[in-house]
Design a binder for this molecule. Structure first.
Ligand code: UDP
Length: 476
């Protein structure tokens, strides 16, 4: 059977913001017809992936044995979501032990395939060693970046060349391969600023880069029209083909819309005028400090704008445990907001695609993780950026300076945040008039381009077909 002859094996990183776009990528390939699609991961993540796929999906899910406690990790620790900082390096090292079972799975699959079959691997760049697996088995390998090409490309440049070590006295520095781009030390991940403390973690990331350059290509979760500058950055940094196949989004209709559990959120949004509600969330794994939480709450209250805030415990508290948000919020805040129909607090996990696609949502105060950015802009919702870590800090730079769809309200989760600044920034985006309207107009334009890219015949669909042809035609 022809469909058995072209096999795509995907290997996402273990974290919801990686699993979600990989699951979407797998479904796009499934819909192109004629491909067998398999996602491999650790058993706990296979369960999570199953929840992101429709029950009718033909995608195969294969679990690789992984016991976190064998590696000094906590029981059930199969993901970077909520991982204690001092376990991050250990977790990365532990995932390298999946290599043996992954290699076995692949060689066995190849041995059982009909003559003339081809197979390719699409892996997260954190699984750098899969480049060697592909080479040994003579199959095509590509990385898939779940973040922006701009954010990732510049981050790779910083990790590889460490240009921030010669920043000027104001903290700004240039990047060797990108002479027109300047970054500030506060725009790069914190671990890079303390090489003495984090040397082994920096080495762990630096080691991945040559493998990345040795891969057959890079798939990017974005549309060509939206990220020309980023694609240029990636090509300069990696020198390998880049295919823009996004935005790969979890649509509301495939996630929460059938879930009556969230009806009250929809009902609440529906009781507010169009584009009037601010949705606040720091993504699937980040949070802010206790004092920042108070300033954010007071700023939200003073702005008099309606809001939905996805709250989780602040820095230093048990991220995954049960919690009462009022332990950290100003006294009586939640009750006051509820009674005045001004705002609601959701604990731990919100129906984000539903909220962002609702007509009443007018802005997203976000940590600017790439899925969140795409989900917001695809719905034409401007962003109030509060980047915490990683490439989020660089995404914001692009969204503010190049795209004009974002205003940065704060940076990091250890900075001093002022409630008056929060209040004014929120009002400037959703309070009507000037800046907010211009941001919304640009966000709508980008949203249209993003949606068109993934329609049949759109740029991203053509890039996907071109990639599949390249990756699987070797033995045609
Ligand atoms: N998400 C969600 N509900 C939440 C928090 C997050 O559905 O309460 C989803 C969100 O829609 C997005 C992903 O989780 O698809 C978060 O991805 P992002 O790229 O923003 O990055 P993160 O900072 O979580 O790695």
């Amino acid at each position: 059977m022809e469909s058995m002859k072209k096999h795509v094996v995907l290997f996402p990183w273990m974290g919801k913001s990686h699993l979600i776009p990989f699951a979407q990528l797998a479904q796009v390939i499934e819909r192109r017809k004629g491909y067998t699609v398999t996602i491999v991961n650790t058993p706990g993540n296979i369960l999570t992936l199953r929840s992101f796929l429709p029950s009718s999906s033909t995608i195969h899910l294969v679990g690789l044995p992984f016991n976190p406690t064998d590696h000094g990790l906590n029981p059930g620790s199969e993901s970077t979501d909520g991982l204690p900082n001092d376990h991050v390096l250990r977790f990365f090292q532990a995932t390298e032990t999946l290599r043996h079972s992954f290699d076995l799975f692949l060689s066995d699959t190849i041995a059982r395939s009909p003559p003339g079959s081809t197979l390719c691997i699409i892996a997260d760049l954190f699984h750098w060693w899969t480049v060697e697996t592909a080479k040994n088995l003579n199959v095509f390998h590509s990385n898939f970046s779940v973040t922006s090409a701009y954010g990732l490309g510049l981050l790779l440049s910083v990790v590889w060349d460490l240009p921030h070590t010669s920043a000027d006295s104001d903290g700004y520095f240039s990047l060797p391969n990108h002479p027109n781009i300047r970054l500030h030390r506060s725009q790069i991940p914190k671990f890079l600023l303390s090489p003495d403390e984090h040397g082994p973690l920096i080495d762990c990331f630096r080691r991945q880069i040559p493998y990345c350059r040795a891969s057959g290509g890079f798939l990017v979760n974005n549309a060509q029209a939206f990220e020309a500058a980023g694609i240029d950055v990636m090509r300069r940094e990696l020198g390998i083909p880049v295919w823009t196949v996004g935005p790969l989004l979890r649509l509301p209709s495939t996630s929460f819309s059938d879930d009556s559990h969230w009806d009250w959120v929809r009902g609440w949004l529906g009781s507010h005028p169009p584009e009037s509600v601010v949705y606040v969330s720091f993504g699937s794994m980040y949070t802010i400090s206790t004092s920042q939480m108070v300033e954010l709450a007071m700023g939200l209250e003073a702005s008099e704008m309606a809001f939905i805030w996805m709250v989780r415990p602040p820095v230093g508290f048990d991220f995954n445990g049960e919690f009462r948000a009022d332990e950290w919020l100003p006294e009586g805040f939640e009750e006051r907001m509820r009674e005045k129909k001004r705002g609601i607090v959701i604990r731990g996990w919100a129906p984000q695609p539903e909220i962002l696609s609702h007509a009443s949502t007018g802005a997203f105060l976000s940590q600017c993780g790439w899925n969140s950015v795409l989900e917001s802009l695809t719905n034409g919702v401007p962003i109030i950026g509060w980047p915490i870590e990683s490439e989020q800090l660089i995404n914001v730079k692009m969204l503010v300076e190049e795209k004009g769809v974002c205003v940065e309200v704060a940076r990091g989760n250890d900075s001093v945040v002022d409630r008056v600044h929060v209040e004014k920034t929120i009002k400037s985006v959703v309070g009507g008039g000037g800046k907010g309207e211009e941001m919304r107009r640009k966000a709508r334009e980008i949203g249209k381009a993003l949606r068109e890219a993934v329609e049949e015949g759109g740029d991203s669909i053509r890039a996907m077909d071109d990639f599949l042809h390249t990756a699987l035609s070797a033995k045609d």
